[in-house]
Design a protein around this ligand. Structure first.
Ligand SMILES: [Zn+2]
Length: 295
């Protein structure tokens, strides 16, 4: 029995996965400001609710983790720097083997096995949300990197200007500072679109052809496109796969991504890479996490 856990920072979703489908699931919220010990208890509790004697569990976390299961830090969950997530959970789950991986890298594994990765041997998975994550598959193999930091797509620099927007990582001009939810909401407001904390309002505005929505998506598409161009110049991939809330509006964003790709790639074949939307949706995190234990 494969169990995957998607730890989103404020919530935990866990599921039993068979043949690429989530057949049973549970979820739990974590209290804001909880200590890591408490959050690890919630994670273990979600697993035990699915199986009292788990045989192997994969965990996707919103941050970087080394091959031993030690967390570097979680940007949005304080206190996790240096925490050995795999060991801590194994201790709570009767010594059961635990595999821990970055959430976007886990999503890339799900996509490799049950999504576009079946047709495209080498691709970059881009997860769009508050943070912009990346997961890399090369020649059908998941590539987490030597230290677990591969494909930090959100933090590729796409604007060297001294007035480039500040990113949550402390640098200026990262892809995330143009394409993350906070950047979109801020731009939409600046353009007169109004106050919102959801990308749905921006999608609706863009779908209606209103300038605020359209121009916000133009910024998003251009930021993504510049980042994807850099990736293509380095790797010449078979496809780029997008997931997350904004991906549902990808038809409105794609022209700007493609335009930036044409401008910034070295040669035309690199700019013609298929830009795809993941079909796994909300389940991708759990599915990818579950299969981490099979690697
Ligand atoms: Zn950054």
């Amino acid at each position: 029995m494969l169990i995957g856990v998607d730890f989103g920072g404020t919530h935990v979703k866990a599921g039993v996965v068979e043949g690429g489908e989530v057949i049973r699931s549970t979820s739990a919220a974590t209290r804001a400001g909880s200590a890591p010990e408490e959050i690890l208890d919630v994670l273990a509790g979600a697993v035990l609710a699915l199986s009292p004697t788990p045989q192997g569990v994969g965990i996707a976390i919103p941050g970087e983790v080394d091959s031993e299961g030690r967390c570097w830090r979680l940007t949005n969950v304080p206190g996790f720097a240096g925490i050995h997530v795999a060991r801590e959970l194994s201790r709570r789950l009767g010594g059961c083997p635990i595999a821990v991986e970055n959430d976007a890298t886990s999503a890339a594994l799900g996509e490799r096995l049950y999504g576009h990765g079946r047709e495209h041997p080498s691709f970059l998975m881009v997860t769009l949300g508050t943070g912009i994550g990346g997961g890399l598959v090369l020649g059908h193999m998941l590539y987490p990197g030597a230290n677990g930091f591969a494909a930090e797509f959100g933090h590729l620099n796409v604007d060297r200007g001294s007035d480039a927007p500040l990113c949550a990582c402390g640098q200026r001009g990262c892809v995330e500072s143009f394409a993350g939810t906070k950047a979109l909401v801020r731009r939409f407001k600046e353009l007169g679109g109004g106050e919102t904390d959801e990308v749905l309002a921006i999608s609706i505005s863009a779908r209606k052809g209103e300038p605020a929505g359209v121009q916000t998506f133009e910024m998003l598409g251009e930021g993504l496109g510049r980042g994807v161009a850099a990736v293509q110049n380095l790797l010449d991939l078979n496809a780029i796969v997008f997931s997350g809330g904004v991906a549902a509006s990808f038809d409105l964003i794609e022209p700007y991504v493609r335009k930036a790709l044409k401008t910034y790639t070295f040669a035309p074949p690199l700019s013609e890479v298929p830009l795809l939307v993941s079909g796994l949706g909300e389940r991708a995190g759990i599915i990818g996490a579950a299969y981490l234990t099979t690697l």
